[in-house]
Write a protein that binds this ligand. Structure first.
Ligand code: PBG
Length: 333
């Protein structure tokens, strides 16, 4: 056995702060962050979400102010999620493609006021359906694929027409990326990007989000396991990513983030394409709850999770901590 010690001392490069900076392999910056925003149809300015302390459902009239704040922190994009009133929910979720609906209205207003801020819209029917599923259901409650894809295409086009630069299908239907891409090309939106939630797991970490958008109630005892992925599978994620890229996705997303870093790393290695991660609501809730009890140091632990996404190969990070982190990063520069 060749003994390399003491010629090699790993601690040499940890001995001073300056050298640690120079040899650091991954870096987290404001440019990596995307802030998800819950927009409610209600007039109430800002409504707390019990299971997401610090995150609010904000009304349409407050979005611009919020978006300005986010933009001024150097965060490149926001991701919009609607909280839809009961009267606008239906079995087929048709208000999802109403050009005068909440999301298109918010997109138009924000693009006008802050043209350089990226806007990502969620393409899925769950906030709009009375049953809380991401797609259309048959009499047995099964989410039907091809009919859902037709609806998602209408929703994606409606968002693109309003000015969303990125549409993000989060529904996990087969063939929806290809169908959306064809529609965008044929209707004159060649530069609209598709961020495909390619590997979205049937995760229990989504619960606070469902609480936030109201689908916890509408979904009731049902689940999404007939379309979202089994947390036990990794090769299947590679097939999903491969298909979405072939169908015309520009960026692929892995979701949740912390429990799926192996998938992030494999996807980045095997495809070399832009990869985003979504640090989901349950990940946020877990960290915040521990920090509130002083069991974890909020700033330290949050930054550690985010840099781990970069290390694994993520290019962009959707996180409820985005604004807070951007402020920390700016103040420590
Ligand atoms: C649904 C959707 C979900 C999330 C984003 N889009 C939840 C679900 O699939 O039920 C979860 C995000 C989060 O937990 O933060 N289209």
């Amino acid at each position: 056995m060749v003994i390399s010690y003491p010629s090699t001392r790993m601690r040499r490069l940890r001995a001073e702060d300056f050298i640690q900076k120079l040899v650091q392999e991954s870096d987290l910056t404001c440019k990596d962050l995307i802030q998800p925003i819950f927009v409610t149809e209600k007039d109430s300015m800002a409504e707390a979400i019990e299971s997401l302390p610090g995150i609010k459902r904000i009304s349409e009239s407050f979005v611009l102010e919020k978006a300005e704040e986010i933009y001024s922190l150097g965060i490149p994009a926001i991701a919009l999620f609607p909280v839809v009133e009961g009267k606008n929910k239906s079995k087929d979720g048709h208000s999802a493609w109403d050009p005068e609906g909440l999301i298109p209205r918010v997109v138009r207003a924000t693009r006008k006021q802050i043209p350089n801020l990226g806007i990502i819209t969620d393409v899925a029917l769950d906030p709009y359906t009375t049953h809380g599923q991401d797609g259309l259901i048959d009499n047995d409650g099964y989410v039907v694929n091809d009919e859902t894809v037709t609806a998602l295409v209408k929703q994606a086009l409606c968002h693109a027409e309003a000015g969303a630069q990125i549409v993000a299908p989060s529904d996990m239907m087969d063939g929806r990326v290809g169908a959306i891409r064809d529609a965008l090309e044929s209707k004159g939106y060649p530069n609209t990007k598709i961020l495909a939630y390619s590997a979205k797991y049937a995760s229990s970490f989504f619960k606070p989000f469902r609480d936030a958008v109201g689908s916890l109630k509408t979904l009731s005892k049902a689940n999404k396991r007939s379309y979202q992925m089994d947390p036990a599978n990794a090769n299947e994620a590679i097939r999903e990513v491969d298909l979405d890229l072939k169908e015309g996705a520009d960026i692929v997303m892995i979701k949740p983030a912390m429990p799926y870093l192996d998938i992030v790393q494999r996807v980045k290695k095997e495809f070399g394409v832009p990869v985003f991660v979504y640090q989901v609501s349950g990940e946020y809730a877990m960290l915040v709850a521990a920090a509130q009890n002083d069991w974890l140091d909020r700033q330290a632990v949050v930054l550690e999770t985010l840099v781990s996404f970069k290390r694994a190969g993520a290019d962009g990070i959707l996180t409820y901590f985005a604004e807070e982190v951007a402020a920390w990063l700016t103040n420590t520069k």
